[in-house]
Design a protein around this ligand. Structure first.
Ligand SMILES: CC/C=C\C/C=C\C/C=C\C/C=C\C=C\C(=O)SCCNC(=O)CCNC(=O)[C@H](O)C(C)(C)COP(=O)(O)OP(=O)(O)OC[C@H]1O[C@@H](n2cnc3c(N)ncnc32)[C@H](O)[C@@H]1OP(=O)(O)O
Ligand SMILES: Cc1cc2nc3c(=O)[nH]c(=O)nc-3n(C[C@H](O)[C@H](O)[C@H](O)COP(=O)(O)OP(=O)(O)OC[C@H]3O[C@@H](n4cnc5c(N)ncnc54)[C@H](O)[C@@H]3O)c2cc1C
Length: 674
């Protein structure tokens, strides 16, 4: 593994762990990166972007005021944007800045402990222009956006509605006299709320509003709207815009609010790929599927699976390296205190995080490829695969973000008190990832979208109609007997599928019973939603397990024997872990016995011991440079205590020997003079 400083002194425990590792770390790096070519390209990009030191701050972000933090984030965003235009675009094989790649996104993380105020420009503004504009509109807006002559965001959510897009209240009313749309915020709850970069950074945004023309509402549509002067950056007349205030994370993203007072924009500023308003106000629907205007959200849901895999890889790197250098307690009085990584409970907390990072990384690549295939079909006018893809991307977004947030928090627990320090890097990772569970579609809401699809697929299976690939297992849901338990990887995956099918069947049966008892379809659905969410979760676990296993078998076909073994151990660990988490369900829907489960628990514990010697090698294989980790606990050299002390000494509280608070409050109080 290449490090920036080859002469570093490494903590002896970490050095010992690296000597113990029995597989070729670089080979696993290639698997995680999706091939040797990608690794080489990533390293080149990282070298150019990070070796200059431009990502570093003189004073840690955490010691800055909110205003200083924001300004510093803008400063570094501009440096990074300029690098991307100049050096990085060619290196990454991108034609121009803006069409971001995961590697470019990841490298940017070295510049920000929280996030860039440009995240929404790259993440949603540019993709919406690419996905929702006509070719003419694109040729006008895209070059300006890619060149950062304009900076934009995506303002959909309002104070009153986020989930229920059809309930948005902002109106865009067409005026044929002037050939303009009049944007208006009729109520407080209709104010746009949350859009990243809106508070202070952007001068344009995509606004999602209810379209009215000829007195008729045609539902929500996207518009491109200038909100600040291109020269002075002053908000334009009719625009009320500001920043929404401190949050749990995302504090450098200047999330904002936005209101319109009869604000006029040209007709051409409606994004017209999927629907158009002609000069005379006639509404023309172009798209063959009603939900294509939700396309940017689907894109970001796909991207997020990769994003959280990366953040989980970071958290597990920090926690595993720290657990290798940390020694605590003395279970054997005559021996030295063990590394905390030797505790089986610690391995139970951490190895699933490593395995999940791999599982999600591989699923994200597979999901991206499926997305590309769906997009290619849609280009030819065929939207048949969209419902399945919507169901798939919804559940993968929900489960990947939720599992990653949970496991990052588990990594923090694994680091004891020091994990609670901002300088450990884990709190910022958690704050970032826990938000991903909510934004771009809340966890429960998205799983219920998948459940809709599962119920329909179940009914198709019942009617012996053909099923789409991700739910083909439902065809076996009507055998009448419980699935046969078998603890081989394929056997466990079949059991996960049986759980998903069984849970879906229970939902359908209960809904039908409730409807027979007099409930409406909507109420019967509502009463079953706890189980529907559980069914969608089970379906998603089956998809992840199946994809992870198949991809690892494929990707390690030519690997060296020890790499094959360790990758197989990780996938097996993932399967055992989730089987043991779902023992109740397995007992309900498969033939598993109490003895089978006791045996599985023992096999799981033995697997942890087998993985233990390679644990540091496995996180080294994520190949995350120190600049990306921002962590006192997780650096490659393991100088944990030195770094913790160095960081503590940087605290502005340590600048003066006696705090002003002493003379102002403590002394008067102690002397009875307050
Ligand atoms: C380069 C980038 C690098 C890195 C990126 C890193 C970070 C990310 C970048 C930015 C993130 C930061 C900020 C976050 C931004 C945001 O959060 S933007 C706002 C996002 N908002 C949401 O996600 C709202 C969630 N709500 C919805 O999606 C929908 O409203 C809904 C809950 C799905 C329901 O919609 P609706 O009420 O209109 O529909 P239904 O009546 O329930 O369903 C009707 C049928 O339509 C189907 N459907 C719904 N959605 C879709 C879709 N997207 N595609 C296809 N089909 C869809 C639905 O299944 C129903 O089908 P039916 O069952 O056959 O009837
Ligand atoms: C950090 C961050 C950044 C964001 N950035 C942007 C941005 O740039 N642009 C933008 O437009 N938006 C942005 N958002 C908004 C985000 O998309 C919404 O917050 C998200 O979609 C959830 O919607 P909501 O807030 O309305 O939650 P709500 O829908 O009010 O959810 C609250 C609770 O109600 C439950 N619930 C709601 N509806 C249902 C239902 N039908 N069935 C069962 N349960 C339900 C949910 O599960 C949840 O438990 C951002 C949010 C965050 C946190």
């Amino acid at each position: 593994m290449t490090q920036t400083n080859n002469n570093m002194t490494v903590n002896p425990d970490l050095a010992m762990e690296r000597a113990k590792c029995n597989f070729n770390v670089l080979e696993v790096t290639h698997i995680f990166d999706g091939g040797e070519r990608n690794t080489l390209q990533r390293k080149k990009i990282e070298d150019v972007a990070l070796n200059s030191g431009a990502s570093k701050d003189a004073l840690g972000e955490e010691h800055m005021s909110p205003k200083e933090k924001y300004e510093n984030a803008v400063r570094k965003s501009c440096i990074y944007a300029t690098m991307m235009k100049n050096e990085l675009a060619e290196l990454s094989g991108l034609e121009s800045f803006g069409v971001s790649s995961p590697v470019i996104r990841r490298t940017a993380d070295a510049f920000f402990k929280e996030v860039s105020p440009f995240l929404l420009h790259l993440g949603m503004f540019v993709p919406t222009i690419m996905g929702q504009c006509t070719p003419e509109q694109q040729s006008y807006w895209l070059p300006r956006a890619l060149d950062m002559q304009i900076i934009g965001t995506y303002a959909q959510t309002e104070l009153g509605h986020g989930t229920f897009i059809r309930g948005l209240e902002t109106t865009a009313t067409y005026d044929p006299e002037t050939e303009e749309f009049v944007l208006h915020s009729p109520t407080l709850s209709s104010y746009k709320w949350w859009a990243g970069g809106l508070g202070k950074t952007v001068n344009y945004c995509i606004v999602v509003a209810q379209l009215y023309t000829k007195g008729e509402c045609h539902g929500t549509h996207p518009f491109i709207v200038q909100i600040r002067d291109e020269d002075t950056h002053v908000p334009l007349p009719g625009i009320k815009v500001g920043e929404i205030g401190p949050k749990m994370g995302f504090n450098t993203a200047d999330n904002g609010f936005l209101g319109f007072d009869h604000y006029r924009i040209p007709r051409e500023h409606m994004l017209m790929k999927n629907a158009q308003v002609l000069k005379d106000g006639t509404y023309v629907k172009v798209a063959r599927h009603g939900k294509l205007t939700y396309g940017t959200m689907v894109f970001v849901r796909v991207v997020l699976v990769n994003e959280v895999a990366f953040n989980l890889a970071k958290a597990s790197t920090i926690a595993v390296r720290y657990s290798a250098i940390r020694r605590q307690s003395k279970p054997k009085p005559d021996e030295v205190e063990p590394q905390i990584l030797d505790y089986v409970t610690q391995q139970h907390k951490l190895f699933i995080a490593i395995a999940t990072a791999h599982a999600l990384q591989l699923c994200s690549t597979w999901l991206w490829e499926s997305f590309s295939a769906v997009l290619a079909q849609m280009k030819g006018g065929n939207t048949d695969t969209l419902p399945e893809f919507h169901a798939l991307s919804s559940c993968l977004k929900a489960i990947s973000t939720s599992d990653s947030a949970h496991l990052i928090e588990q990594c923090r627990h694994a680091c004891g008190g020091h994990g609670y320090m901002i300088s450990s890097g884990i709190p910022n990772l958690y704050n970032f990832v826990s938000a991903t569970r909510t934004y771009e579609g809340d966890y429960t809401v998205l799983l219920l979208q998948t459940a809709r699809f599962l119920v329909k697929a179940y009914e198709q299976a019942e009617a012996k109609k053909p099923l789409t690939p991700t739910v083909s297992y439902l065809a076996h849901a009507f055998s009448g007997s419980r699935a046969t338990w078998d603890n081989s990887p394929d056997g466990i995956i079949r059991s996960f599928q049986a759980l998903a099918a069984g849970k879906t069947a229970v939902c359908v049966t209960n809904m039908r019973k409730r409807m027979r008892a007099g409930l409406s379809q909507v109420d019967a659905w509502e009463m079953s939603t706890i189980q529907l969410v559980a069914a969608a979760e089970a379906h998603c676990r089956a998809v992840i397990a199946d994809t992870y296993r198949k991809e690892i078998v494929r990707l390690t076909a030519n690997s060296s024997p020890n790499v094959k073994v360790v990758m197989d151990q990780l996938t097996t660990l993932y399967l055992y872990y989730w089987a043991l988490e779902r023992t109740g369900d397995l007992l309900m829907f498969t033939s598993v016995s109490q003895k089978d489960l006791v045996d599985l628990q023992i096999a799981y514990e033995e697997l942890l011991l087998k993985i233990r010697p390679n644990a540091v090698g496995l996180v080294d294989a994520f190949d995350l440079r120190d600049e990306l980790l921002h962590s006192t606990l997780g650096s490659y050299d393991g100088r944990v205590y030195e770094r913790l002390m160095e960081e503590a000494l940087k605290s502005p509280m340590n600048k003066e020997p006696v705090s002003d608070a002493y003379s102002k409050y403590l002394r008067p109080m102690m002397k009875g003079k307050l």
